[in-house]
Design a protein around this ligand. Structure first.
Ligand SMILES: *Cc1c(COP(=O)(O)O)cnc(C)c1O
Length: 394
């Protein structure tokens, strides 16, 4: 067996994440490694924290990146806020709500499930009914932006309902952060986790999290020790918390932090509202192109995520064959359906740096060409002019 250096192909990433990482962030990643307790690294950490607070619109002191992917951010929220015997209401309208249930149960809690159809938003009325039926519930958890279906839920209203019934809230903002409006303080979210590889367009493997004072109080006053040593916020606070001594907890992924810092800097330079508006505008252009082709979105217009476009695969078209051709011939990655939607939808991501005009035209042109060649029942030659019209008007 011979081994060679790995040189990945150059792809355009328009799936559910990771998104395209801009050269500027890759360049930051390659800067010289320094010690994780080096005073200059500590300064970088302080800036990362401040920039994350900006991105999340929060003043929460306990705002930091967990050194592991989004799923570890999810786990960090659950292991810290759920104690054995706690009742947690989990709203599920896609894949990720199912993982929340797993987390609750592995913490020794009891998950009360509130189900909504995949492709729809979480129904606040169903949550309220569950809160009334379960007055002993302690936490409400839901996914703000369901990447598996492309549906956005009304986080502000769901959090308000949870608080009215004395529950803390855990919100999955992996795909919403930096892509669509997310206001942690204004909406009074108690615990939030995200990821770096979606609308921040940073390398995968880091999970920004934030905890409100109420959540922090709950964590500091637990009766049982957090069952995960690595994710115990009581210990991590000594490293990342305000006025912390920066005591050794684990070796931070130093270079990945350079990358995260650079991505947050880019977001700050663009301006959060401008980033939200860019995601919205580019979604409108992609949508105009898909509409013109006669391709249908599976989510109601009112609840569609601009950064994740879930569309029905046209009648008679081979899902895998199309995605393989897009990847092999066009170096373009789009996402397959997950769970209940496997084989039924494609998921086109316009996240972060992937949300660019050239990606939209490339995707529409490639899709049009491949579908035409396969004789798919869609309109051809109309997608690009329709998208262009929207872009020209913007
Ligand atoms: C991607 C994603 C996750 C998981 O993030 P990983 O970095 O893959 O662990 C969780 N929730 C949502 C909504 C996601 O889109």
């Amino acid at each position: 067996m011979t081994f060679n250096a790995f040189h990945p192909p150059i792809r355009t990433l328009m799936g559910p994440g990771p998104s395209d990482v801009p050269p500027r962030i890759l360049e930051a990643l390659g800067r010289p490694t320094i010690g994780h307790l080096d005073p200059t690294f500590v300064e970088l950490m302080d800036e990362v924290k401040a920039l994350l607070q900006y991105a999340m619109q929060t003043e929460n002191a306990l705002t930091m990146p967990i050194s592991a992917p989004g799923s570890a951010g999810m786990e960090a929220c659950f292991v810290n806020l759920v104690e054995p015997g706690d009742k947690v209401i989990v709203c599920q309208n896609g894949v990720f709500g199912g993982r929340m249930k797993e987390n609750v149960e592995r913490c020794g809690g009891e998950a009360v499930m509130v189900h909504d159809a995949w492709g729809t938003a979480v129904d606040p009325q169903k949550l309220e009914d569950a809160l009334i039926a379960n007055p002993d519930a302690k936490v409400v958890a839901f996914v703000h932006a369901e990447t598996s279906t492309g549906a956005e839920s009304d986080a502000k209203t769901l959090v308000e309902l949870a608080h009215k019934h004395d529950c803390l809230t855990i919100v999955d903002a992996v795909t919403s952060l930096a892509g669509s409006p997310l206001k942690v303080d204004e909406w009074q979210i108690d615990a939030l986790y995200s990821g770096t590889q979606k609308c921040l367009s940073c390398v995968p493997g880091i999970a920004p999290v934030s905890f409100s004072e109420r959540a922090q109080h709950r964590i500091s006053n637990r009766t049982h020790k957090v069952q995960s040593w690595f994710l115990d916020m009581n210990l991590i606070m000594g490293y990342w918390g305000s006025g912390a001594r920066r005591a050794y907890h684990h070796t931070a992924p130093v270079n990945a932090m350079y990358a995260l810092h650079e991505s947050l800097l880019m977001l700050h330079e663009e301006g959060l509202e401008n980033a939200w508006a860019r995601h919205r505008r580019n979604h409108e252009a992609l949508k105009a192109g898909l509409d013109a082709m006669g391709i249908r979105f599976i989510v109601d217009e009112a609840h569609r995520l601009p950064q994740l476009n879930a569309i029905a695969i046209p009648e008679g078209v081979d899902d895998a064959a199309v995605r393989t051709r897009l990847l092999q011939e066009h170096h373009l990655e789009i996402g397959a359906g997950l769970g209940d939607l496997a084989g039924k939808v494609w998921r086109i991501g316009l996240m972060g740096y992937s949300s660019r005009i050239e990606n939209i035209t490339r995707c529409l042109a490639a899709l049009d060409g491949v579908l035409a060649d396969l004789g798919a029942p869609v309109e051809h030659g109309v997608a690009l002019p329709a998208a262009e019209k929207v872009l020209a008007a913007a």
